[in-house]
Design a binder for this molecule. Structure first.
Ligand code: BTN
Length: 323
């Protein structure tokens, strides 16, 4: 059942009768009723009033494939062939990975809603419909996973740059790849790899960006979070999606040639934990020290009692997440 036409018809926030909707969409009133229930099942707050019809509580600025393509500076004809926008999907990362397995070398998957949004370390990524961005770009690399060092840090930097360009301030980074707004988590990044770990492989770069998190969905998040709506101003999700697409396409081409090194200084300048005392939970246990930056491969440099240690995987505490 394609629910997009109905949601588009309701996006203005006005009442629409079942009869008019049915006529416009070429289906029966019963079909509209069924679709309305399906939207409700996806978490859409849809009011139905006898004699008036259906209405969303407020207008909804839906993602539009056409608007994104029109706004993006990336080769439009090419992008058009490897870009899907879904109303609802399990996980955009899983879908993008399927495209890698189907033989595509690049693929972009966006969704308005994820029923099984995935976070790092097996966590869930809360993904209500029509509010945030759920974005996965699959990209092919030729030289194995060692050439991917720093890719997740670069992705977080691309997110910050796109948002700074849109006029947002108060953005920061937390190693390895969290984007913070005024100290709280605004966006998370999940990289997943397919293929030969020493040769050609495909990487799915998954980005979850909180734009207008409803309170009810926010209550499910187990750490202090931020969204862009709280900082005021006009937010055009299509524009932000296009800026992420452009930023990633431009920087991934450069990253393949030069790696993370050229981004290191800018990344460090945004690190909210720089020069702060932290604990890092990694495979080797808990390491304490003062954050001294990151190296050219994106490993965290920690000044410990036994000197500088480079840590390539783990989580920094004091975490924003209650322990
Ligand atoms: C994190 O835990 O910080 C990473 C969160 C990554 C979430 C994004 S949303 C789009 C993509 N699809 C997923 O299932 N996860 C990533």
């Amino acid at each position: 059942m394609d629910l997009y036409p109905l949601l588009y018809s309701l996006a203005d926030g006005n009442f629409h009768s079942g009869e008019t909707l049915g006529k416009n969409l070429g289906v029966t009133r019963t079909a509209i009723w069924k679709q309305a229930n399906a939207l409700k099942a996806l978490g859409v707050e849809l009011h139905s009033v006898t004699g008036k019809g259906y209405r969303l509580p407020e207008p909804m600025n839906l993602l539009s494939r056409e608007q994104i393509l029109a706004t993006s500076q990336t080769d439009r004809e090419a992008l058009d062939k490897y870009f899907d926008l879904h109303l609802s999907i399990g996980s955009t990362n899983i879908e993008a990975m399927k495209k890698a397995q189907a033989g595509y070398s690049r693929y972009l998957v966006l969704a308005e809603h994820q029923s099984q949004g995935r976070g790092r370390r097996g966590r869930t990524w809360v993904s209500p419909l029509g509010k945030n961005l759920y974005f996965s770009l699959m990209w092919s690399f030729q030289n194995g996973v060692s050439a991917l060092e720093g890719l997740s840090l670069l992705t977080a930097l691309v997110v910050v740059r796109a948002l700074q360009k849109a006029g947002f301030a108060g953005l920061g980074l937390k190693w390895p790849n969290d984007v913070l707004l005024n100290g709280n988590k605004l966006a998370g990044i999940l990289l997943e790899i397919n293929g030969d770990k020493t040769g050609p492989c495909q990487v799915v770069i998954g980005i979850g960006l909180n734009i207008n998190m409803p309170q009810s969905a926010g209550a499910e998040i187990d750490q202090p979070y931020a969204d862009l709506a709280a900082s005021g101003g006009m937010i055009n999700r299509n524009w932000i999606a296009a800026a992420l697409i452009d930023g990633l396409h431009t920087e991934l081409e450069k990253f393949v040639v030069s790696g993370f090194a050229p981004y290191r200084q800018e990344w460090e300048s945004l690190d909210v934990y720089r020069d702060k005392e932290v604990q890092v939970q990694s495979g080797a246990g808990i390491i304490r020290g003062v954050v001294a930056g990151v190296d050219v491969g994106g490993a965290l440099l920690l000044n410990t009692s036994s000197g500088i240690q480079a840590i390539s995987g783990g989580e920094v505490f004091p975490s924003l997440r209650p322990v």
